[in-house]
Design a protein around this ligand. Structure first.
Ligand SMILES: [Zn+2]
Ligand SMILES: [Zn+2]
Length: 240
């Protein structure tokens, strides 16, 4: 009996992926409404460039542009990085289900949560998802960043460009690598099909998780070299 119950739960889960309680009348696939509303939003003092949370607001009180040590030593290619929630607890589980189950139907509610909780910078011209290589796209069946970018575009009425920025060579999953390896892994891995589209434009790059920022930094570098005026790295969740 347990075996059949496990098969049924895999096909049509009736218990929450995070807490195992019944999903009840939740309209979110695989999550009860309590866990879905339990994502931890990022608040408090942050580095104005990379979005790294500061332990104390003191530095920003006297110097609103105060950058973290990492940004002062090695300034990122993007102008600003923003994330909506911490990559922990039920949000971490939701991202895992979305990417690795893979569960495409979580793209809409995650994208809506992202789009409605952002302190979006003004005057954005284009939204661009971080691309997958075609090999990974075939394996997963969808680009999770593109689904999130689509919701952002619809909610904020900003055009999105889904095939200009592309991955010109396959890379290893960043999650398997150390910080230095991540930088090497994505170096030179992105290109633009139509560089003219970004000249003088303010671009928002969208991805699911910001960990070291290596992927965002490489994409931003390509956009800036092509003449983008402003690049914001915007992610659903930030790992600490
Ligand atoms: Zn739950
Ligand atoms: Zn920083």
């Amino acid at each position: 009996m347990n075996f059949f119950r496990r098969i049924l739960d895999f096909i049509l889960p009736t218990s929450c992926s995070f807490c195992n309680d019944p999903v009840g009348d939740s309209n979110i696939p695989f999550f009860c409404s309590t866990c879905w509303s339990d994502f931890t939003p990022i608040q408090g003092p942050l580095c104005p460039h990379c979005g790294r949370p500061f332990d104390s607001p003191e530095a920003l009180r006297s110097s609103p542009d105060h950058a973290c040590l990492g940004c002062r030593r090695d300034p990122p290619q993007f102008d600003q990085a923003l994330s909506v929630g911490y990559f922990e607890g039920s949000l971490r589980e939701a991202v895992h289900q979305f990417k690795y189950r893979p569960c495409r139907s979580l793209g809409r509610p995650l994208g809506e949560w992202m789009a409605t909780n952002v302190r979006l910078v003004s005057d954005i011209d284009i939204i661009m998802p971080v691309p997958l290589h075609t090999r990974r796209l075939r394996q997963r069946g969808f680009n999770q960043a593109l689904l999130l970018a689509h919701r952002m575009s619809e909610t904020h009425h900003i055009p999105y460009s889904c095939d200009n920025l592309y991955r010109s060579r396959p890379t290893r999953p960043q999650v398997e690598l150390t910080g230095v390896e991540r930088i090497q892994n994505v170096a030179g891995a992105f290109s633009l099909r139509q560089p003219g589209e970004v000249v003088g434009r303010s671009v928002v790059l969208i991805d699911d998780v910001f960990t070291t920022g290596a992927t965002m930094n490489e994409c931003a570098s390509v956009l800036k070299q092509a003449g983008a005026a402003q690049v914001t790295a915007f992610t659903l969740a930030r790992a600490l």
